[in-house]
Design a protein around this ligand. Structure first.
Ligand SMILES: [Zn+2]
Length: 137
């Protein structure tokens, strides 16, 4: 009996539920920015928050602290009171994703914030792993 490996792979791939397939393609979003005077504007902040599936206020608070600059919402955009390179912002978004979104055990993004004995934790719905949600200092 001959096997067509392409077809076998297709079949294996197609038997994975849609949700899992989309997770395996997860990519940490990057900022689309431009400078305006001494400010850096992130054009696609809402999109970043949607992909990370976290509260945009929480993400902004984190970025503001990490980038040591005040940041405010302006519609879909975010204005940071500092001149920043994309790489600096993207590094912080990546750090955020690693701390608050991607499972610390299986690395999948299918996690949610919940509570355990009154403490906020992040739980992975894929592997069941969880870790305490770090407070933004
Ligand atoms: Zn996990």
């Amino acid at each position: 009996m001959e096997y067509n490996y392409e077809k076998l792979l297709d079949r294996a791939w197609n038997s994975i539920p849609e949700k899992l397939r989309s997770m395996s393609r997860f990519e940490i979003p990057t900022a689309n920015t431009f400078l305006e005077g001494n400010q850096t504007i992130i054009r696609n902040f809402n999109e970043i928050a949607d992909i990370l599936n976290r509260d945009s206020k929480h993400i902004l608070t984190y970025l503001s602290k990490e980038l040591a600059a005040p940041a405010t919402f302006d519609g879909n955009r975010v204005i940071i009171q500092r001149v920043l390179r994309d790489a600096m912002i993207n590094k912080r978004i990546e750090d955020y994703a690693k701390e608050y979104v991607l499972c610390h055990e299986c690395k999948r993004p299918d996690t949610k914030i919940t509570e355990l004995s009154g403490e906020k934790i992040i739980r992975c719905t894929a592997c069941g792993g969880w870790w305490p949600m770090k407070k933004i200092k």
